[in-house]
Design a protein around this ligand. Sequence first.
Ligand code: UD1
Ligand code: UDP
Length: 382
Amino acid sequence: MSKLRIMSVFGTRPEAIKMAPLVKELKSRGEVESLCCVTAQHREMLDSVMDVFGLTADSDLDIMTPRQTLSTITSKCLTGMDDVIERLKPDMILVHGDTSTTFSGALSAFYHQVPVGHVEAGLRTYDKYSPFPEEMNRKLVTQIADLFFCPTANNRENLLKEGVRDGVFVTGNTVIDALKTTVRPDYHFATDILNTLDYSARKVVLVTCHRRENYGEPMANIMSALRDIAAQNEDAELVYPVHLSPIVRETANKYLAGVPRVHLIDPLPADEMHNLMARAYLVMTDSGGLQEEAPALGKPVLVLRRETERPEAVEAGTVAMAGVRYDDILRMGNELLQDDAVYARMAHAVNPYGDGNACRRIADAIEWHFGRRAERPDDYLP
Ligand code: UD1
Ligand code: UDP
């Protein structure tokens, strides 16, 4: 019997970090030919992940342009994918999460009548415009996909409510698989500032912020609150690797450049980022991925958004919603930095998002689906 041709399609930094261990797991399987198509919706930030995890693309659509719009990303991905699917003839296409690459990859697979596996399926806020456009992307992919790899049982419940019953697996999130390969107690940073920080004497606050629905006033509120948190906490150091989006960089520079105890740095390679998180005191972010990684490392997280599609760690008490209003962010940031009891209540490791074996379950499920394995994989239960 010929090998199954399974093509992973991704384009942004978080998709690459979360698909890297899966591409590798599939490569290790005798039954599978693991193919990799990158859209390069992100360029530098994608290339950095490919380097860290030692991945090479079988096809690179190289679509990114500065200040790209949602329509150009989608149309360029769709046009580019036509050739790739015809040339590489995959038996299944895997897409991840909820980006424009995810949606276009799934739609393109459908146009070519290639089955789709959706990794990180079933996340929902039920707010069409928040996160924007991700909530709609993932709902549309649900309509197209054949296999659904849900990180948590809660994600499966969301799909069940929408009438999706077949092909649903609870696997854990592949980001925990990735984290297990990068975090090391003796890790030495390549980024100088990260080696000079005294992580035991100073409270290092790791910050990221990039979401489209936060552009404008919410992002201005967030940055102003961060500036004042730095001013009011002399024992804190804010480390903020700034996303390459020009809109984000302009806002971060406007409010935070030159502010004492705020370190604006370039995006970090994933291994540097994960090891910085492991040493940080606290995380403040609007990122999806950081909300999953930090709880696994026992780090409290303040989420700089109005809602989250990741309620599991909020329920576990490690993540709190700070919202996008200046007063709330300042108050909650100060409280965590100044009240040891509040901090201690949040700083405990929980693993609602996985045990590091998500990729094995996903690869097993794919083999089972194609009749190459007798047993359906067991669902992940924390
Ligand atoms: C995208 C995803 C978002 C995800 C985020 C992860 C969509 C609609 N959004 O948002 O879901 O959370 O990635 O970071 O798919 N840029 C560079 N170099 C890079 C990357 C980006 O210069 O390596 C700049 C470019 O000017 C680009 C802009 O950032 O046009 C925005 O990138 P884009 O992928 O459109 O949006 P993100 O905000 O990164
Ligand atoms: N990340 C990174 N370097 C950075 C910032 C983030 O490697 O400078 C990693 C982070 O650890 C996580 C992922 O990128 O694994 C999250 O990506 P991002 O916040 O861009 O997107 P989201 O998760 O919000 O979609």
